[in-house]
Design a protein around this ligand. Structure first.
Ligand SMILES: [Zn+2]
Length: 554
């Protein structure tokens, strides 16, 4: 059926296309796609709340004169393609643009990113503060692109945690054109709960994600990205030698430290998965294999972990890292006394200044920015002194050791030793001190629940959640779904726990046993629902209409 818009609402900054069309539907009288778009086939494609809506040529054709929106403008301003584009190939970006104009055939396959588990773990979200502000400023609540990006759990504008829509409700109502201030959406959303410790990193990731949305659709060279990451990894001693071989254990402990401060759910639960003592496979892939198919969130998490300003690289600069949170310059080295004073004696000017900072344990980057010289000159000055390199290495080690000891002592007060982010490093490089520190604090930790205790607590909490989830599924409106272990596991992000740890979680096992239904029980519920629906719609109730409405075979 031919579709023609008689008017079209002006799109707001950072508004998703789905949101503009939902506002249009609301202005037409309701959230139903059928009513607003007269059953138009193309509208099924461009109104969907997906990362890459398609049939945009058809949409633009149907717009009224003066709507002033081209396919290209829709893609760059109202879809999330710009977020992905820097990490795709030229070919992929071109294909995406053409495909979104057309029927979208093969697009997901071509891009690869949308099929990743990160996307599956992502949720529809909005910021309550943005919502209030938008209503005052532009007179309507709308969905922001940036809040929908994977891994964005905190509003980049307000720094507060976002509200997340219940995915099971949303997937059942994906045909509706809802807006964040709809009563249904408000009732089905909950605030993202994150540790206060996670906020700086989450805010950083949100800001970086937002920066990506403002970039032109130009891919970045994957080798340049890799070089930037590697350079910074080398500065953090996560690589070894000129060939920059990865120090896998050190890298694993560094990443474990980063993830200990991030939430253990949603996208981050996928990214943090790794084998004991080894970094996650995606981490080593980013550092080893320059390719166009890595998900942007992986780069954003890696940049945050290494303290790199990703936006700088995306501007097309030379591969170089800029630290965001540079450690403060150590002015007077505590370790200086342990080095021969003769080392810097008789040196003048720049060389003496470099040596002084080097022997205080500063890294090359800190010295070069403190003195306003290039890093090459810093290295040269240090090498020009006999024994300089060796003394610098030791000074840096002592400086790092002091920093890690202090950080460990601060963290050890409220968490298990092996959960502290510097535990692995200290275990490898400073074991005597680590053992004595743990002995000293043994009293504090003796009363803490052991591993079994942790499981007991988790068991109780998760069992409650299982019962609540089953109850929610059973009483939810709409077509009944099968209440199974898989379904509950997915809803609670606990599927792998159910698969691997159920023997340690007896209450959960019992709750699942009690709550999950057999296929027969499920069919009975479906048929009862179908009967009620048919009666409600005043249609005839017979065997075939019942089974057809219930979508089950007799
Ligand atoms: Zn906000």
């Amino acid at each position: 059926m031919e579709l023609k818009f008689h008017f079209f609402p002006a799109a707001f900054p950072d508004e998703t296309l789905h949101s503009v069309l939902s506002r249009y539907a609301r202005l037409c009288g309701g959230p139903s796609r059928k009513a607003a778009f007269a059953g138009n086939r193309a509208a099924l494609s461009f109104t969907q709340n997906v990362a890459f809506p398609c049939r945009l040529d058809d949409l633009v054709e149907s717009l009224p004169l003066g709507a002033d929106l081209s396919v290209s403008e829709i893609i760059t301003r109202h879809t999330v393609l710009p977020y992905y584009a820097p990490f795709l190939s030229d070919d992929q970006v071109q294909h995406a643009r053409t495909s979104m104009g057309g029927d979208g055939a093969g697009l997901m396959l071509k891009l690869g990113v949308n099929a990743s588990r990160i996307e599956a773990a992502s949720r529809v979200r909005f910021c309550p503060a943005c919502l209030d502000k938008d209503v005052v400023r532009v007179g309507a609540a709308y969905w922001h692109r940036v809040h929908q990006l994977p891994g964005v759990l905190v509003c980049p504008h307000h720094g507060i945690s976002l509200r997340m829509i219940d995915p099971s409700w949303y997937s059942r109502n994906s045909w509706q054109l809802n807006l964040p201030d709809d009563a249904d959406v408000q009732a089905r959303s909950h605030q993202v709960i994150a540790d206060p410790e996670a906020f700086p990193a989450l805010h950083q990731i949100a800001l970086h994600s937002m920066q990506l949305l403002t970039l032109p659709l130009i891919p970045i060279s994957p080798s340049a990205l890799r070089a930037c990451l590697l350079e910074r990894a080398a500065e953090l001693a996560l690589t070894r030698g000129k060939s920059q071989r990865l120090e896998l254990r050190r890298l694993a402990s560094h990443m474990a430290g980063v993830f200990s401060a991030l939430p253990a759910a949603w996208e981050y639960s996928v990214l943090r998965e790794s084998h004991a003592d080894l970094p996650a496979t995606w981490v080593t892939k980013l550092l080893r294999k320059p390719r166009h198919t890595h998900h942007p969130l992986k780069y954003l998490v890696m940049a945050t972990a290494l303290g790199i300003d990703l936006a700088r690289l995306t501007r097309g600069d030379e591969p170089s890292a800029q630290t965001l949170k540079r450690p403060p310059l150590i002015e007077v080295g505590y370790s200086q006394a342990s080095f021969p004073a003769a080392l810097s004696e008789g040196l003048e000017g720049l060389c003496a200044a470099v040596l002084k900072l080097a022997l205080a344990g500063n890294a090359a980057l800190q010295i070069s920015s403190a003195l306003g010289v290039s890093r090459v000159r810093v290295y040269r000055a240090i090498r020009s002194v006999d024994g300089g390199s060796q003394a610098w290495r030791e000074a840096r080690f002592l400086s790092e050791r002091l920093r890690r000891r202090e950080a460990f002592e601060a963290e050890y007060g409220h968490m298990q030793a092996h959960q502290c982010r510097d535990y692995m490093w200290l275990y490898r490089c400073d074991r005597t001190w680590l053992s004595s520190c743990i002995d000293r604090h043994a009293g504090v930790h003796a009363s803490r629940a052991n591993n079994t205790g942790v499981f007991a607590l988790l068991d109780e909490k998760l069992a409650d959640q299982i019962r609540a989830c089953a109850q929610r599924l059973r009483t939810g409106t709409g077509k009944p779904v099968l209440i199974s272990r898989t379904r509950i596991g997915r809803e609670l992000h606990a599927l792998s726990r159910f698969e691997k740890q159920l023997t340690k979680l007896p209450l959960c096992a019992a709750a699942l046993e009690q709550e999950c239904e057999s296929v027969e029980e499920f069919h009975v519920r479906r048929l009862q629902w179908a009967r009620a629906k048919l009666v409600d719609e005043q249609r005839s109730v017979n065997r075939s209409s019942l089974y057809r409405t219930a979508c089950i075979r007799p």
